[in-house]
Design a protein around this ligand. Structure first.
Ligand SMILES: [Zn+2]
Length: 487
């Protein structure tokens, strides 16, 4: 398993200037190679006629009816392998073979270390591979603020205690907040520029990882319902608070944004305000990461199996469809302005990154993680399986069929756990939870002599059983199985 240790670097002024220059040149190179690949890619999709030559023989070919290269424009297109066969190079290999040429044409590229230059081409190739597989969008040129790191391959950097030698920049110290494990082998080393300095991220191979447990070894399991008011509700009645770090800094952020807008564009004062704003954003990220790691540690140390809902966060944050009125020939209010606040809260909770952290730790501690379909998880009754949107009344859950009542989020977490256990084929006894207070609706309903008919219609005698059950609940007596209460 690969682990990353991140530490803050302590470079001197010369080293900082050199690293800034390196980032700048790498970004230019990334964008130049991207342009090359885009042009080559468009040649395949929409071939253009023009003056071209054959790459192997350099003979002029005109007019061109098919593209000569589908990956890159510069560099050698063919290679000879050990058996003497002539093979076509991949896009990365073609671009990489052009690097000596680049250094002779633009000598300032000799100043920066060669490994990050190679890695930048790999990074670009990765972006295209992801696009071809449908995992990512079409690669875009990177602006100055978006290109902030460079990488060394395994074995390029040397470590001595809390010192590291980065080729091209020399030795520098770093704050080693966590000791590297004994006899570690650094894989990749990434240098990253952040608002408050330079950081080094060392990728380590950790061989001491326990095997993932089999479903039959699971003894403790938990279902987790993610939310905004409460970050997570667990199936064992516990809740995890959502500190809303982004919202906490909202006043400060707004004030700084206003201050920036009053300053002249391109001025030093404006830049300084933006730097302060960036530090606020950085603080929010740090606070959230710290909190989420703590939550993830707590959960993975306690349970053998963690079941999540498979949320489509992107879909939840989609814009509302515009409403066009023919009569008034104008757009009507579609609720988007109200949704902006919800979207912000969803982003602030960042469920995805919490899940990712739990998955990382789960692999480290040997915990099983499973995701289930969240469909109707908050509308379904965990006791009788009755599904209705009216079952839920804000924070409370009150089943219209069996009168089971509990906290809505905890009830949803139980449903999630039930689904996970069923999908994995695990038999585990789940404790029945009921809310301490009796909902007003239930008291009103029990005052009436008639019982509301059940829509599900699988068993006609179910409501009768249900009423008896809830009466037992009210008396503070909770039977273990519904069959006992009938007697
Ligand atoms: Zn029910």
């Amino acid at each position: 398993m690969l682990l990353a240790h991140q530490s803050k670097l302590q470079p001197n002024q010369t080293q900082i200037a050199a690293m800034e220059r390196c980032l700048h040149l790498l970004r230019l190179q990334y964008n130049f190679r991207l342009g090359e690949r885009i042009e080559a890619y468009e040649q395949v999709t929409q071939p253009k006629l023009g003056e071209y030559s054959d790459l192997e023989t350099k003979a002029v070919i005109y007019p061109l009816t098919c593209s000569i290269s589908k990956s890159a424009l510069y560099g050698e297109a063919y290679k000879t392998n050990k058996k003497g066969e002539v093979k076509r190079k991949s896009a990365y290999e073609m671009q990489s073979s052009d690097l000596p040429n680049l250094k002779s044409l633009r000598p300032w590229y000799k100043e920066i270390p060669s490994q990050p230059l190679q890695q930048t081409l790999m990074q670009l190739d990765d972006a295209f591979q992801r696009f071809f597989k449908g995992l990512g969008g079409y690669p875009k040129p990177k602006r100055r603020g978006k290109f902030r790191s460079f990488t060394y391959p395994a074995g390029a950097c040397e470590f001595q205690g809390n010192k590291v030698r980065l080729p091209g920049f020399g030795w520098m110290r770093f704050h080693q907040s966590r000791q590297f494990p004994d006899g570690f082998k650094p894989k990749k080393v990434t240098v990253r520029k952040k608002t408050n300095g330079w950081y080094i991220s060392v990728c380590l191979e950790d061989a001491t990882v326990p095997a993932t447990p089999q479903p039959n070894e699971v003894k403790t399991a938990v279902g987790i319902d993610l939310g905004i008011n409460k970050l997570a509700s667990l199936s064992d009645e516990q809740t995890i608070a959502n500190p809303k770090f982004y919202k906490q800094q909202e006043k400060k952020r707004k004030r700084l944004n206003r201050a920036a807008s009053r300053k002249q564009k391109g001025s030093n004062k404006r830049r300084k305000v933006y730097e302060r704003l960036a530090r606020v954003e950085q603080k929010v990220t740090n606070q959230r990461n710290d909190y989420q790691w703590k939550v993830a540690h707590r959960l993975t140390k306690k349970y053998d199996l963690i079941v999540f809902e498979d949320l489509n966060v992107q879909g939840m944050m989609k814009r509302c469809k515009p409403k066009w009125s023919e009569d008034e020939s104008r757009y009507l209010e579609n609720g988007q302005s109200r949704k902006v606040g919800l979207n912000k809260a969803i982003q602030d909770a960042s469920w995805y990154s919490l899940k990712q952290k739990i998955k990382v730790l789960a692999e480290r501690y040997g915990v099983l993680v499973h995701e289930v379909n969240p469909r109707h998880s908050s509308q379904e009754c965990s006791q009788c399986g009755f599904v209705s949107p009216t079952n839920r009344d804000k924070e409370k859950f009150l089943c219209e069929s069996c009168n089971y009542h509990a906290d809505a989020d905890i009830q949803a977490a139980i449903n999630i756990l039930n689904r996970g256990l069923e999908e994995l084929g695990i038999k585990l006894k789940i404790r029945r939870v009921t809310s301490k207070s009796t909902p007003k609706k239930l008291v009103e309903r029990q005052g009436k002599s008639t019982v509301k008919p059940v829509e599900s219609g699988n068993k006609s005698d179910k409501p009768v059983v249900a009423i008896q059950l809830s009466l037992f609940d009210l008396m503070g007596f909770c039977p273990e199985s519904p069959s006992k209460s009938v007697i």
